[in-house]
Design a protein around this ligand. Structure first.
Ligand code: GLN
Ligand code: ZN
Length: 768
């Protein structure tokens, strides 16, 4: 290896959906046949080129490439190494269409599974690997992008998912035994990486980045040993670029030492999520030979960096490492493009924020300060400090009433009586049959409904017109459910664009952005609100709609709220106080809403927590602290009511293992969960964890357009009855119905109710 330049200043990745979501529109246009491949490719190229130019002009020493993706970087990696499942490659489609088939499915070829990227709200496609998998360098994307940037005069650093993270994120391919260990594929995969690195080296690539965030989670000794083996082997290659390995989303723990001792050139570490790693890392052996790229600018949140704290973290390595670089803590994929687009936010709030573009400037600023001394950039440091001071002193962000109320509340929150008592009171109040049926909340959001909401927002229709249109929709949904014979009804949520944004817009302490889109998966983006101050609820948020729905029917209508954890998970949250404190404030607002719903005569209230699993820390040592505040916030939100009011919650993901104790501890009367795809296995797990309250395992998968037939649903219910008594078992779909059409939902729900009736009849109980 010859002497090379250093990384210096860089970012680990950049948004790619386009400042105005250009890629989203192009992708959807291509999928629907409105534009052809060349138009899509042109859009992609322009976005990549704009990004490289912007990053180079901002003054970064090292500009990343291969951070663009038409769908997902893990899927890109599978395609790059020829590891797309055969059900897609045998379709005879073009390279691009094969790739999209893997992401979105094709007739008779269900898509690859999608799951959350660590503890973020980004989703990747899960590689499917087995003993038959053969790796090769099948794609040219990293090389092509490198050349494309070079043609603009910009030298880049190709970014790749690292070999261990790729294997550890994979699942056994169809027909492979469940205990197949993907690490068995490490040697052949390393050969493919070696070939790729050689090609890149021959092309003149100086640096590559290999991402290994999988090591921010708990890993076994065998997995650490595999990491050591892999980076020893890659490091020893004769023909390769310099390697920077990046670990982020947490502390790399023992992997830090492993990487520091391996013969690679640079190590990028996340010093934002776990600042304590700083001291440990400085004393790890092997660091003296490395460039440490200090991830001191938060890649996941949108606040301006505390420049002094960041500088002192980076400076820790000045004596110990060979060189010190400055970077973001992780890829900027998780933040929007540019805060300057948010003109309506107000000068002051805006001055506290940094989106991707501003974070690049922060990295450059910190790099200059580190290299040339703080005097060289005194003015810009001073203005960063002034904004930080202004934010810290912003007394109007504090609401004394909220803080005083929280002080006054007991630290432990519980319902008046235990579950057995409550269940009796609820049965007396509701008189539900065994295996009661319900839905998760939303009904199909027809284009009519969406248009009406848009027209109201744009001021094209009056408030009165909007209200009566929504009421008509609610009435339609109520009549439909009565007609179907559902036992506990919902109003259908037609007034909600999004289950977090709807509440954020009505709560104080939140601000909405206009262009703050962040990729969630593929072409899908979300626009998380900014939670910047103390939270309070100026007035009731859902009572009007819910009580209108209840006025139309004798059956109970279920009030529908989003829980504190989910509201935090899907917002950009203030970083100036512990999450636990912010969660308590949100919980208090929800508690008031729960109270008002109860006062308005609503007897069943659901508080959704679909993100409870998402915020679970990657390391098990931190689980307890998380559960403590997450559970407490749910209980705070739901405990201020009478025994007879029934609290439901809903969670939707299939990996429940780690959070079973929390599901029990939140003490909801009824919990609905995703289960259709896991054949009710989750019920046995709940049982084993001692869970003994009401449970509604989803009996049909709403993510699929298929209408389940009566027998299929009955079979699921019978299966469920093996684990749960008929008194505790609820009958419901997997999740909300808003993304489906009525042509699917109506027959599906009809079959669901029929199945419930059949099973009740078989058990010899009358239907309600
Ligand atoms: N009540 C919400 C709905 O039905 C729940 C959505 C969710 O679980 N993500 O749409
Ligand atoms: Zn759900």
């Amino acid at each position: 290896m010859s002497q090379r330049t250093r990384i210096g200043t860089t970012v680990l990745g950049y948004p790619r959906i386009g400042p105005d979501r250009e890629l989203k529109r192009a992708l959807e246009g291509y999928w629907s046949g409105r534009i052809d491949e060349s138009e899509l490719v042109t859009t992609g190229r322009k976005l990549r080129q704009d990004t490289w130019r912007e990053l180079a002009e901002a003054g970064l020493d090292s500009v990343p490439s291969n951070t663009f993706s038409y769908y997902d970087q893990v899927l890109d990696t599978a395609a790059l190494f020829g590891a797309l499942p055969e059900r897609f490659t045998r379709l005879g489609l073009s390279e691009l269409d094969t790739y999209f088939a893997a992401a979105r499915g094709a007739p008779d070829a269900p898509p690859m599974e999608m799951t959350k990227w660590f503890d973020t709200n980004y989703h990747y496609l899960v590689p499917e690997l087995g003993p038959e998998t053969r790796f090769s360098v099948a794609g040219g994307k990293p090389l092509d992008e490198y050349r494309e940037a070079r043609a603009l005069g910009i030298t880049t650093r190709p970014v790749l998912v690292g070999p261990l993270t790729f294997l550890l994120l994979a699942k056994p391919a169809d027909g492979t035994p469940d205990d197949f260990e993907s690490l068995r594929l490490l040697e052949p995969l390393l050969q493919a990486y070696a070939e790729l690195l050689r090609t890149l080296h021959d092309e003149g690539v100086e640096w590559v980045q290999l991402d290994e965030p999988a090591y921010a989670a708990d890993r076994t000794d065998a997995e650490l040993e595999a990491l050591a083996r892999a980076y020893q082997a890659l490091g020893e290659l004769q023909h390769r670029p310099a390697i920077m390995t990046a670990g982020y989303f947490g502390d790399l723990g023992d992997a830090l030492g492993v990487l520091a001792r391996s013969p690679i050139e640079a190590l990028a570490v996340d010093l934002v999520s776990h600042p304590s790693a700083v001291d440990r890392l400085a004393s790890v052996s092997g660091v003296q030979e490395k460039e440490i790229v200090a991830g001191v600018v938060d890649g996941r949140n949108i606040w301006r960096t505390d420049v002094d704290a960041a500088l002192s973290k980076a400076a820790t390595f000045l004596g110990s490492a060979r060189h010190v670089g400055v970077s973001t803590s992780c890829s900027l994929l998780h933040v929007p493009y540019d805060v300057n687009a948010e003109t309506h936010l107000g000068e002051r709030l805006r001055s506290w924020l940094a989106f991707a573009r501003q974070k690049v400037d922060e990295v450059v600023l910190l790099g200059t300060a580190l290299r040339e001394g703080t005097d060289a950039v005194a003015d810009r440091l001073a203005s960063a400090r002034a904004a930080a001071t202004d934010r810290a002193n912003a007394t109007d962000l504090r609401q004394h009433r909220v803080r005083a109320r929280l002080e006054a509340l007991r630290p432990e929150h519980s319902r008046r009586s235990d579950y057995a008592e409550r269940a009796k009171a609820q049965q007396a109040a509701l008189g539900l049959p065994e295996l009661p049926s319900t839905t998760i909340g939303s009904f199909p959001q027809t284009s009519e409904v969406r248009k009406t909401r848009a027209a109201y927002r744009a001021g094209r229709i009056t408030e009165e017109e909007y209200r009566s249109a929504m009421r008509a929709e609610i009435e339609r949904v109520i009549r439909l459910q009565e007609d179907l014979g559902i036992d506990v009804l919902v109003h259908g949520e037609p007034e909600r664009n999004d289950m977090v944004q709807y509440f954020a817009e009505q709560l104080e302490g939140f601000a909405a952005t206009e262009y703050g889109w962040v990729q969630s998966y593929g072409s899908r983006c979300v626009r998380p609100p900014v939670l910047y101050g103390d939270v309070s609820r100026p007035s009731a948020m859902t009572v009007d709609w819910t009580s209108y729905a209840q006025s139309l029917t004798d059956r109970p209508v279920k009030g529908m709220l989003t829980g504190p954890v989910t509201i935090l998970a899907w917002s950009f949250v203030r970083d100036d106080q512990p999450m636990a404190e912010t969660a308590r404030q949100v919980a208090l607002a929800i508690r008031d809403e729960v109270h008002d719903l109860e006062s308005a005569g609503i007897r069943v209230i659901q508080v959704d927590e679909p993100a409870l699993r998402e915020l679970l820390p990657l390391r098990s040592a931190e689980h307890k602290a998380y559960f403590d505040w997450a559970v407490e916030s749910f209980r705070l939100a739901t405990s201020g009511i009478s025994d007879a009011t029934q609290i439901h919650t809903h969670m939707c993901y299939s990996e429940f293992g780690d959070i079973l104790p929390a599901i029990d501890a939140i003490d909801a009367d009824v919990t609905s969960i995703e289960a259709a795809r896991s054949r009710m296995e989750v019920l046995d797990d709940l049982d084993a964890a001692g869970f003994a309250r009401g449970v509604g395992p989803g009996v049909y998968d709403i993510h699929s357009p298929q209408v389940p037939d009566v027998d299929k649903v009955s079979e699921q219910l019978e299966l469920a009855l093996n684990a749960v008594s008929g008194q505790r078992l609820w009958v419901n779909p997997d999740c909300g119905l808003k993304t489906r059409g009525y042509d699917e939902v109506e027959p599906a729900l009809r079959n669901l109710v029929t199945a419930a009736h059949q099973v009740r009849a078989r058990r010899g109980v009358a239907s309600g």
